[in-house]
Design a protein around this ligand. Structure first.
Ligand SMILES: [Zn+2]
Length: 238
C-alpha cells in the first residue's frame, strides 16, 4: 500500500520512528513530533461552515483564551486581536486545509526534450507545528525528472506553500508535497527535502536554537545512489 511505502522513506527524527504509534504520552508525542498519517486528519464536516462563520467562531473562542489568560480585551492594542487571529488562521496560515485553494497546475509538453533532473531549491517554507501551533521555518528543495510533461517553475513553490499552510508535522508535509508532485507529473521520479527550524523546539521546551530537522522523500530514480547524490550536490546537503 502506498501510505506505508512513502512513510518508510522518511528517516528517523530525533531517534523516533515516524511510524511509532503507541507507548507515548500526549506530551511526548508533541515534543517528539511523531507523525502517524499521510493525510491531514480532517473531520467529515470540515467545510460545512463558510469561512465567515469559521472566523466568527474562532474570534469568539480566541477571545475566551485571552480572557482566561487574564488579558484585558478593552485595551486598544488587544481589542482587535481575536478578529486578526481568526482571519489569519482561516485566510492565511491554515488556508491550505481547503483543497479548493490548491494551486491549479497546467502541464506542458517537454518541448526542449530536457530529460535531466530539474531542481527547485531553497523554496521559502513557513508552516506551523500541529502539536503547538507555533511556526516551522525553513527551506524546501524539490526535484523531478520529466517523463514528458513539465510544469511552470513557480507552481513548485505554490505546491509547497499550499501544503505548508496547514497545521503540520514535517514528515507529513514532505510526503504530501511528494505525493502531489507524483500525481501531477505522473512520475515516481520525485525528490523532496525539507530543512526546517521548529519554534516549538527553539522558543519553548528544550529551547534549542541551533538544531534543525531534515526530512526527505526519494521516489523512483532518486532512490538510486548516483541520482540521489547529484540532487544532494545541487542543494549542497549530505
Ligand atoms: Zn511542535
Amino acid at each position: 500500500m502506498k501510505l506505508n511505502e512513502t512513510l518508510l522513506n522518511i528517516p528517523q527524527v530525533n531517534g523516533t520512528s515516524a511510524l511509532s504509534e503507541s507507548g507515548f504520552t500526549i506530551e511526548e508525542i508533541g515534543d517528539q513530533h511523531v507523525g502517524t498519517s499521510l493525510e491531514t486528519p480532517m473531520r467529515e464536516d470540515a467545510f460545512l461552515l463558510s469561512n465567515e462563520e469559521k472566523k466568527a467562531i474562532i474570534a469568539r473562542k480566541f477571545r475566551d483564551i485571552m480572557e482566561t489568560l487574564g488579558l484585558d480585551l478593552t485595551d486598544d492594542s488587544l481589542q482587535g486581536t481575536p478578529d486578526r487571529v481568526a482571519k489569519m488562521y482561516v485566510e492565511e496560515i491554515f488556508s491550505g486545509l481547503d483543497d479548493r485553494n490548491k494551486p491549479k497546475v497546467a502541464l506542458f509538453e517537454n518541448k526542449y526534450k530536457y530529460n535531466e533532473m530539474l531542481v527547485e531549491k531553497d523554496i521559502t517554507l513557513y508552516s506551523n507545528c500541529e502539536h503547538h501551533f507555533v511556526p516551522i521555518i525553513g527551506r524546501a528543495h524539490v526535484a523531478y525528472i520529466s517523463n514528458g510533461k513539465v510544469i511552470g517553475l513557480s507552481k513548485l513553490n505554490r505546491i509547497v506553500r499550499h501544503f505548508a499552510k496547514r497545521p503540520q508535522v514535517q514528515e507529513r508535509l514532505t510526503n504530501q508535497i511528494a505525493n502531489e508532485l507524483k500525481e501531477i507529473l505522473e512520475t515516481e521520479d520525485i525528490a523532496v527535502v525539507i530543512n526546517a527550524e521548529h519554534l516549538c523546539v527553539a522558543s519553548r521546551g528544550i529551547e534549542d536554537t541551533n538544531s534543525t530537522t531534515v526530512t526527505a522523500f526519494y521516489g523512483g530514480k532518486f532512490k538510486e545512489n548516483a541520482t540521489k547524490r547529484e540532487f544532494l550536490d545541487y542543494i549542497r546537503m549530505e
